[in-house]
Design a protein. Structure first.
Length: 336
């Protein structure tokens, strides 16, 4: 384990004013997004959208790393340059999604699979240019869940994944997502998030994961999407920072939030308010997928003549989040 390399990579990923673009949608998920803009789920469209994003002018001003899907890390631009080289030439670190979906745990809960053969896959991805990886665990909130068994099983898998990544010189992003699906209250989400992160860091420490060479990708403390009472933006920011301080090891390199179904503007505002609170022991920045991509994808609509406009829209969202990661965002910027 090259701790110095891991620390350098992890630190670069959370450099001031920068965050991570999550472009690791599976082919089926990307197909749903293409369908929304009236295009078929064909590799040519998936490739074209990713090329549009990766070649947006000065995207590296706001993006430190990009999480890729297995198909994407093997693709090239139409001019023949490997996507990984396109990114590296802009000092953007390529990353890779390595989890492989869900299997049943108990009582309708799930654990993430993908540990089988992971060492071999990580070695290949490292050769393909990946400097970091991502593994997502999904935590559902109901009246009785998450169960401690489910939390412990997912935490154990996250820890094993992180350990194997670090052995290969790859920085692990640990992503325990507490889902917004449901009608649970803000307070219930806060408790479940605290319980989840406590389990995760217990497992990480027991497995010997190097804290300075990893990143955490958590969800924010938000009421369920169908809960009739939603917290204010300030309450979300304050509760999220409070839970993180209570549960997360102070030595990790940084926190890169997922947007988790929030609107583009809400994801940006919540991040900004957390950074305005200040006093967190780690950088608080973004690792957004849909909240960075959705507006640009709509502007593109799969048409070549819309590429420049779509890149402008993408860069606007990236700039807003860059400012939010420094506590310098204002909602008035959305009207520009």
């Amino acid at each position: 384990m090259d701790k110095e390399l891991l620390k350098q990579t992890a630190t670069a990923l959370v450099a001031s004013g920068k965050g991570i673009l999550a472009a690791d949608e599976s082919n089926s998920t990307m197909g749903k997004r293409l369908k929304d803009i009236g295009k078929p789920n064909e590799e040519s469209y998936r490739q074209a959208w990713r090329e549009l994003m990766f070649t947006a002018p000065n995207i590296s001003d706001y993006i430190s790393g990009v999480i890729l899907y297995d198909e994407t890390i093997r693709q090239s631009t139409l001019a023949g340059e490997k996507f990984t080289d396109t990114l590296k030439n802009q000092n953007i670190i390529p990353g890779i999604k390595v989890d492989e979906g869900l299997v049943d745990c108990c009582d309708g809960e799930n654990i993430t699979k993908g540990l089988e053969g992971l060492e071999t896959r990580l070695a290949e991805y490292a050769k393909l240019g990946a400097g970091f990886a991502k593994w997502r665990a999904l935590i559902h909130i109901t009246d009785t869940n998450p169960s401690q068994k489910c939390l412990d099983e997912n935490a154990k898998s996250l820890a094993e994944y992180a350990y194997l990544c670090q052995k290969e010189g790859i920085v692990p992003i640990v992503e325990p997502e507490v889902l917004m699906d449901g009608n649970h209250t803000f307070e219930r989400c806060k408790d479940a998030t605290k319980q989840t992160l406590t389990s995760v860091f217990k497992a990480l420490k027991e497995r010997g994961v190097y804290m300075k060479g990893m990143l955490l990708k958590p969800s924010m403390v938000i009421a369920g999407s169908t809960c009739p009472i939603q917290a204010t933006a300030n309450q979300v920011a304050e509760a999220t920072v409070e839970v993180l301080k209570e549960t997360v090891d102070v030595d990790i390199a940084g926190v890169v939030f997922l947007s988790g179904g929030q609107s583009d503007e809400d994801a940006t505002l919540h991040l900004d308010l957390m950074n305005k609170i200040g006093k967190a022991p780690w950088p608080l920045t973004y690792s957004y997928g849909r909240a960075l991509q959705a507006a640009g994808l709509k502007a593109w609509s799969g048409e070549k003549e819309n590429v420049t406009k779509a890149q402008e829209v993408l860069l606007h969202r990236a700039k807003c989040n860059s400012l939010a990661s420094k506590g310098e965002y204002s909602p008035s910027m959305e009207n520009v």
